[in-house]
Design a protein around this ligand. Structure first.
Ligand code: FAD
Length: 526
């Protein structure tokens, strides 16, 4: 289904900002001919205000800065379509980037000399936008691309329902995570968030407003999921729901031996049927290193009284591996959940005595990173550079990665301060028709170096990241970057591998003038 919008014919040759802004100066909406109203309407939603420009030229990474000419504050998807149509039909088109919550770390939501679409402007305008609408009978929610996952959680919980696949941090937009993958401890069982979408409304780079699903405009559907914003702007996604649990049993186990740690992780994710009641609901893992405390900004979990014994373990081994698992429960299962967790833990090879548990509400668990964020914000430590590196590593090479990177580069450099995540997922839960790129093996690990740094020290982390990439290239570790950032076409072609041709073909099909998400630097990297 194509929804077409009226667009003024004279909107052709002149660059949008000067043109639209000049319209703003010379016309008032009530003075103009009806066909000009959309133009004037659009102009009133474009801002060249220095604070809007400044905010659109920054992101969570704090490393890249790129100024747009203007920022669009849409109140409805039609405004976005009008903007895209203007650029598409202009003899000198300009780049357009949807900005969700700006939590990219490498300028991916920026549009240098173009226009940034501030998607969050639509968040509270339910009348025009999609908002969040829950269908109790059909067990799904129709959610605006601009919505934060925390708001999706709160809205669906009102009906005792919730999506099944999450990110660790919920203050990200639906459009932003679906443009990447959206991974967390549920991915091994339910797949990433992109595997949990029923249909979407998307405005393509040709300003076509299409509904897509596996049956309708399926090429666009699969292109957009994990598509790094290259093919269209997601204005609505239909997310399947399940009855929400009430509480969770949350356990952490410590290992000094990497191979026992990964063996246990792999055994646990082998039970992954969506309906299999004995499967875990969440599994992650992380490194504990000498950082003064076994907790970090992302999580405070360990009882304070146990800190000394954990710290002395870390001092002895340099790195301790922490396996983290969760089982949900509700009123029906509250009497059996402990027994089930006991069964899960049987035969696990963690260090005796180093098992820690918590029992918390479901929402508190899902929103667990928020308290760390608020604490850092209060200390002025949230808006600092974040030279992150996120990788997918094939299972067959994770041990080489541990030896060369964790126990090699990371320990030697000894600068790593933030969380380092390492946990496996199952390839079969991903759909290869989607644009997201993962390693070829059936099981692969995600490794996330989530560094926070000082404003003048981020380069040291960047050097470490480069060293890690060099090491992997040299030793033949077939990694794929998650939330990828590259600067040359060759690197992108290599990243997409066998998917490059399809990715490129889809770009010509849906965004032939290369307007969308230029900050990814895939097709705009001269
Ligand atoms: P933005 O940074 O605003 O945009 C990202 C990209 O998507 C840009 O290219 C942009 O143009 C495009 N885009 C944005 N909205 C749309 C739309 N509606 N339609 C089409 N394209 C669009 N990721 C995980 O998978 N799991 C995690 O657990 C996780 N935790 C995180 C924790 C923190 C503290 C941070 C900062 C990031 C985390 N991420 C995680 C990464 C995060 O998922 C991505 O950076 C995501 O893109 C951020 O969403 P956003 O709304 O801020 O998107």
């Amino acid at each position: 289904m194509v929804m077409s919008f009226q667009f003024p014919a004279y909107f052709t040759a002149i660059f949008i900002i000067t043109r639209v802004m000049s319209i703003m100066k010379i016309s008032k909406p009530l003075d103009v001919h009806h066909k000009d109203i959309r133009a004037v309407d659009l102009a009133t939603k474009l801002s060249v205000d220095p604070s809007a420009i400044e905010s659109a030229s920054r992101d969570f990474g704090g490393i890249v800065k790129a100024e747009p000419e203007a920022v669009l504050h849409p109140s409805a998807p039609q405004d976005i379509a009008a903007l895209i149509k203007f650029s598409y039909s202009n003899s000198v088109p300009f780049g357009i980037a949807a900005k969700g919550h700006g939590h990219s770390v490498r300028g991916q939501a920026m549009a240098e000399n173009g226009v940034v679409v501030d998607m969050r402007s639509m968040a509270n305008k339910r009348r025009n936008g999609t908002g969040i609408r829950v269908s109790i009978d059909r067990l799904y929610a129709d959610v605006g691309g601009e919505q934060l996952w925390i708001d999706v959680l709160n809205a669906t919980l009102e009906y005792g329902l919730a999506p099944v696949s999450w990110t660790d941090y919920l203050y990200l937009t639906v459009g932003g995570t679906l443009s990447n993958a959206g991974i967390s401890g549920q991915t091994f069982r339910y797949g990433p968030q992109i595997s949990n979408v029923l249909e979407m409304d998307v405005i393509t780079g040709k300003a076509d407003f299409l509904t897509c699903s596996p049956r309708m405009n399926s090429e666009l559907f699969y292109a957009v999921l994990g598509g790094l914003g290259q093919f269209g702007i997601i204005t609505r996604a239909r997310i399947p729901l399940q009855p929400a649990p009430k509480r969770v049993k949350w356990v952490r186990l410590l290992y000094d031996d990497f191979s026992s740690f990964t063996k246990d992780q792999e055994l646990l994710i082998s039970k992954n049927g969506r309906k299999d009641k004995s499967a875990l609901d969440y599994l992650e893992g992380s490194l504990l290193m000498d950082q003064g405390s076994p907790d970090n900004w992302r999580s405070s979990f360990f009882p304070y009284k146990d800190h000394p014994k954990i710290i002395s373990l870390i001092t002895k081994h340099g790195i301790i591996y922490c396996l983290e698992i969760v089982k949900h429960y509700d009123d029906r299962t509250k009497h059996t959940v402990d027994k089930e967790m006991e069964q899960v833990l049987q035969g696990m090879n963690y260090m005796p005595g180093f098992i820690f548990g918590k029992d918390v509400g479901y929402e508190e668990f899902l929103n667990r990173v928020r308290s760390g964020e608020l604490k850092l914000k209060s200390q002025g430590l949230w808006d600092v550079p974040h030279p992150w590196l996120n990788l997918f590593i094939p299972k067959s090479q994770i041990s080489d990665f541990n030896n060369g990177v964790f126990r090699g580069i990371v320990l030697e450099r000894n600068i790593t301060t933030g969380p380092v995540l390492v946990y496996p997922m199952n390839r079969q839960k991903w759909d290869d028709r989607m644009s997201a790129v993962i390693p070829d093996e059936e099981i692969f690990y995600t490794v996330g170096f989530l560094h926070s740094s000082g404003f003048d020290t981020w380069k040291a982390f960047e050097d470490q990241n480069k060293d890690i990439m060099r090491f992997c290239n040299k030793t033949g570790i077939m990694l794929k970057q998650y939330l990828p950032h590259y600067s040359t076409k060759e690197e992108w072609v290599h990243h997409f591998g066998s998917k490059w041709k399809v990715f490129q073909h889809r770009k010509y099909q849906f965004d032939p003038r290369m307007l969308l998400s230029p900050g990814q630097r895939i097709f705009n990297n001269n």
